[in-house]
Design a protein around this ligand. Sequence first.
Ligand code: ADP
Ligand code: MG
Ligand code: MG
Length: 255
Amino acid sequence: MATLEIKDLHASVNTEEGAKEILKGVNLTIRSGETHAIMGPNGSGKSTLSYAIAGHPKYQVTSGEVLLDGENVLEMSVDERARAGLFLAMQYPVEVPGVSMSNFLRTAATAVRGEAPKLRHWIKEVKEEMGKLEISQEFAERSVNEGFSGGEKKRHEILQLALLKPKIAILDETDSGLDVDALRVVSDGVNEYKNNSEVGVMLITHYTRILRHITPDFVHVFADGRVVESGGKELADELEENGYVKYVGKAEPAA
Ligand code: ADP
Ligand code: MG
Ligand code: MG
């Protein structure tokens, strides 16, 4: 069992004009076995939430806490976060020229498992998971994310998920830039991992489309840097119908 607690999280982004507050008091708890969809309009701070939890240097947590089983995530190094069982798609570099996917994945697995997986086993494991995700074998020899399409990047993230086996996974806009086939492959990959583990998932998305494939237990509306409404999966249907209009402007800071 694992619990990720986000408590009154405030964070700013460093811009040319100085620090700008984006997260304005996020509260959220995710437990093993639960899937939480975070849905909100563009620019509401959803990606900032995942960057802040990942410890991206451009984003500064100004107050609040992120705890994994009571341990302060914000004080952990990237490796420590991974070893603790936290998977943040965002913590991985966008492009790593010269580092092949298979080497990159083995390094990541070594960090998580505490020892390097045996090469023979590892190659078999990677091949098997790549097959399930319909990723071609030449992909393993390509540099990390270099020239990957949106769909390939997302398949890569799900491949990491399957290989690194985290306790809590934060997936940001997994449906963006995916065609229908890629969406199905990625959703199937997430669902398979969900079925075979007790993973807790935070699925950040702007669209309700992916939620037809991955059923959330909870849906949270994110607006102006915080969670403004929470409900079950019926809340996603309501958002599909009515959009975010009624929630925007509802997130004024408490006096
Ligand atoms: P979402 O993922 O919900 O679309 P983001 O977290 O990407 O929202 O962005 C929230 C707000 O923070 C936006 O107004 C965006 O312009 C601003 N922002 C995010 N990252 C940066 C950045 N690196 N530099 C400047 N502004 C940023
Ligand atoms: Mg956006
Ligand atoms: Mg975003």
